[in-house]
Design a protein. Structure first.
Length: 160
């Protein structure tokens, strides 16, 4: 018997994660979203994965472009995390007023971050309401010093 969604959500709130902005570009269309379902898969070849819900704009852009970039947020960037999260801003230009650059794939990377990964999708695995995108890292860099922005039980936290 499966666990109901609210129980799973309540338990997963107690898993501490870092915060990334996943962004993609398909031609003139650009969008990004806050993601904490991201992890390293392999060092050789360099692979990571993200899980993206089918109903969001970023999913469609990754599906079409087969590429994305991850900007890892640092302490003090809660407002950026909030801007890129939630359904109420799904149709907004979330990048308005923010400085970005590109590396290899053309996906936007936030200039203010503690590190970034630029990635090309090598596999996509549908899983319920999401797709697990496995991607090869084609560019990466530690950008700025600082501590990561952490998320736990519906609040932002800092390393002590």
């Amino acid at each position: 018997m499966a666990v109901d969604p609210e129980t799973l959500r309540a338990v997963m709130r107690h898993w501490t994660t870092g915060i990334t902005i996943v962004a993609a570009r398909d031609g003139a269309h650009v969008h990004g979203m806050t993601v904490n379902s991201f992890t390293s898969v392999s060092l050789e070849p360099p692979l990571v994965l993200v899980c993206i819900e089918h109903a969001v704009r970023t999913y469609a852009l990754i599906e079409r472009s087969r590429a994305f970039a991850l900007s890892i947020l640092r302490e003090g960037q809660q407002a950026i995390s909030d801007r890129f999260a939630g359904r109420e801003t799904e149709n907004d230009d979330r990048f308005a007023g923010l400085k970005t650059f590109t590396a290899v794939t053309g996906a936007p990377i936030l200039t203010e971050n503690i590190g970034y990964l630029d990635c090309v999708v090598v596999a996509a695995h549908p899983a319920g309401t999401h797709t697990i995108f496995v991607a090869e890292v084609v560019a990466a860099k530690v950008q700025n010093s600082g501590r990561p922005l952490l998320y736990y039980n519906r609040n932002y936290h800092s390393l002590e």
